[in-house]
Design a protein around this ligand. Structure first.
Ligand code: GCU
Length: 697
């Protein structure tokens, strides 16, 4: 039985009866969400009067959402992908059942500036490429006859909209889904920065209790004041109702109300990261005259967290090492226009590798991505796209503030998010703009005002000591030892020195890594030219071994994020094996191949038993003497060469190595280990070229 505060206890008891009875009525669809992703017409370029209802778009391309017009030219190099306007049009047909309702349209994202028209009327404009946005269509809807939607999207550079510059392609288009919301005139507002309109904040917790404050934004579209009620239902992970309370709310005529209520939860089950990502679900129902008129469902994960300067991240009073990856949202041949299937695949790989955290760089990612992190127990660093060069104008600052509010309000209830990232490398000397210190200080303060429960952070680069890098609760640094500069081994001394130099602020590693092509090989590993055509896979694995061995000994590094989990599109790049590609991923752009370095982390971070032969793709050999290197999380591994056992080894620090002499022709290499009675194996074929008669290699 849940305790309620005095004010609601009586109502609580009555509510329990009503609540149960009310549930039956709540089965009626009080809030209709209509997916309108299919059946659009698209035209790349600007077209006069394309917003008008009567415009003839029959000749345009038929597309479904999500969609981008840069799926190919944004990933093929040359730094010449199309940035400009594109138009989308779609008939909504005759909308049934909307009489007396309010109709809204909600875009999950469009890059970069979107103008929405209904039946030729300009409904609204959104400036920013990564957040959801929502407009009310009702005043422009025709009750009879077809309603025509037209959307102009433009991914040109805009002086007021960050990012100005960054190391990724800015894919244009309506690249996430769009839905209509058909709501009662009195509803939970979808217009509060396009947030769910319900905010859940744990405001207190003890050994056997938790206190949760519920803030609800209610829109009364009727021109008379109303006495309404809010019905709050909490279900546990087994979908059992553990709390059901009802609160009276007074609504002024034609106005928006922001109500706050508190509920108490006995014996709370905490959200505990990868160990136990326990989620409650909350349903907030709005009733007028005791009849449900709207309802919103949101996740609830209860946790306490912080960062200790020496111990690192602490979750529910227990240190938790945050190790993981950065993840961009694009996919080969799809750009940012990916679906849940691609998100599922990405996060399954992140989970398989054994990550405890993920930095969703460099912008607000799909709500579904954060939802997957909630369910998997990944701790998330979410961020706005304030990257590299900034502008020192009121319009730019206002857009940064808007994007930060959208990020926070739209994702407020995701327990996986513990950090709001304010910027990435805005002191970068190679892309220097005006001093950003005041802007960062302002945004960090706004983040705390919007959400006092989470920590602010940033990803710094040289000059690291610039004040703009020290305005947030915690700081992390992007460092590429052994790639852009210095040696991989420099990371240890750097970490100690940075920790020592900043006694007031926890420091972490927000990015580190190296490029790797699965077609390029060299043994022993040799550091390549970072911007050259040859990126041997073996160097990337070596660099990650050196970095992880140094960082795992330094719990004061509150985060350790590999750059990057996946290869991704940068149309301006031309290095490695593919123009237009940043190849620092541990997995290829198509997600088909896990590079050797993936298995180094899996060996350290996952207890799912495996053995992995490194350089298995280094098939064509010209020298007989070589080394076989194996990553594993098993204790002992046996090697067979062309069927003959070369014995067993205990693998110190997840690595086993044998010197081998290859035979001319085919060399079958096989490794196996026994774990809990089950056998895990890996094998590959190396071909030793027979020396040609003239002795050439
Ligand atoms: C920077 C930057 C990334 C970029 C990476 C790289 O640190 O933050 O966006 O992709 O370095 O150079 O690969």
């Amino acid at each position: 039985m849940m305790r309620s505060d005095l004010r609601t206890l009586r109502i609580g008891c009555v509510t329990l009866v009503l609540g149960v009875a009310g549930l039956a009525r709540a089965e009626d669809a009080v809030r209709r969400v209509v997916d309108v992703n299919a059946g659009w017409r698209f035209h790349k370029g600007d077209v006069e009067s394309a917003g008008k209802a009567a415009f003839d778009d029959k000749a345009w391309e038929s597309v479904d959402l999500p969609h981008t017009w840069n799926a190919q030219d944004g990933q093929d190099g040359g730094n010449n992908y199309y940035r400009g306007p594109g138009w989308y049009r779609r008939s909504l047909g005759e909308l049934k059942g909307v009489v007396g309702k309010r109709v809204f349209i909600r875009f999950q994202a469009a890059n970069t500036v979107a103008d929405v028209y209904l039946n030729g009327a300009h409904v609204g404009q959104h400036r920013g490429g990564f957040a959801a946005f929502c407009f009310e269509l009702s005043p422009h809807l025709k009750a009879d006859g077809a309603n025509v939607l037209a959307v102009r999207v433009d991914n040109s550079h805009f002086d007021d909209v960050p990012p100005w510059s960054a190391d990724f392609t800015f894919f244009g288009g309506i690249y996430r889904g769009v839905e209509l919301l058909v709501l009662d005139p009195v509803c939970i507002s979808p217009l509060d920065y396009a947030s769910p309109g319900v905010y859940l904040q744990m405001v207190g917790v003890g050994k056997d209790w938790a206190k949760v404050q519920l803030t609800t934004v209610i829109s009364n579209g009727q021109d008379k004041a109303l006495d309404a009620k809010l019905d709050v239902e909490l279900r546990d992970a087994d979908d059992k109702v553990v709390l059901n309370e009802r609160f009276p709310v007074e609504l002024a005529a034609s106005a928006e109300a922001r109500t706050q209520h508190v509920v108490h939860i006995d014996n709370p089950h905490m959200w505990n990261g990868r160990r136990d990502p326990y989620l409650y679900s909350v349903t907030v129902r709005l009733l007028v005259d005791d009849k449900p008129v709207d309802e919103v469902h949101q996740p609830l994960g209860l946790r306490t967290f912080g960062v200790d300067r020496e111990k690192g991240f602490v979750l529910n009073d227990t240190p938790l090492d945050l190790h993981g990856v950065n993840r961009h949202q694009d996919r080969l041949d799809m750009g940012w226009a990916i679906t849940q299937r691609e998100h599922d695949e990405d996060f399954a790989l992140i989970r398989e590798m054994g990550c405890t955290a993920v930095r969703l760089a460099h912008y607000q990612q799909a709500d579904y991505a954060y939802t997957l992190c909630d369910g998997m127990g990944l701790v998330v660093w979410a961020e706005i796209p304030l990257v590299n060069r900034i502008a020192d104008t009121p319009e730019f600052r206002d857009n940064c503030r808007q994007q930060l509010r959208e990020l926070i309000r739209q994702n407020y209830n995701h327990p996986s998010i513990c950090f709001w990232g304010i910027h990435n490398e805005i002191t970068a000397p190679w892309d220097q703009g005006p001093d950003a210190t005041a802007l960062v200080r302002d945004l960090a303060a706004l983040a705390k005002a919007e959400d006092p429960t989470r920590l602010t952070t940033c990803a710094a680069c040289d000059p690291v000591d610039h004040p703009a890098n020290w305005q947030t609760n915690v700081v992390a640094v992007n460092r590429y030892f052994g790639w852009y500069a210095g040696e991989a081994e420099d990371v240890a001394a750097w970490a100690d020195a940075t920790h020592k130099a900043h006694p007031q602020t926890p420091v972490g590693m927000s990015e580190y890594g190296a490029g790797a092509s699965i077609h390029h090989h060299a043994w022993p590993p040799v550091k390549p030219k970072h911007n050259g055509p040859n990126h041997p896979e073996e160097w990337q694995a070596h660099l990650h071994e050196v970095h992880w061995r140094a960082m795992r000994e330094r719990p004061f590094l509150w985060c350790k994020f590999v750059w990057n989990m996946f290869d991704f599109a940068v149309d301006a790049r031309n290095e490695g094996d593919t123009p237009g590609r940043n190849d620092k991923g541990l997995v290829t752009y198509d997600r088909k191949t896990k590079k050797d370095a993936f298995y180094w982390y899996k060996a350290n971070w996952s207890d799912e038993p495996f053995v992995h032969i490194n350089s298995s793709r280094y098939e064509k050999r010209t020298t007989a003497q070589t080394t076989i290197r194996v990553y594993t999380n098993c204790d002992e591994v046996e090697l067979q060469h062309n069927g003959k056992s070369l014995g067993k080894q205990k693998c110190a620090d997840h690595v086993c190595e044998w010197p081998v002499t290859l035979e001319p022709g085919t060399n079958e290499m096989k490794v196996k280990a026994i774990h809990d009675g089950a056998e895990v194996v890996d094998s590959c074929q190396w071909m030793l070229a027979l020396p040609s008669s003239d002795g050439a290699e």
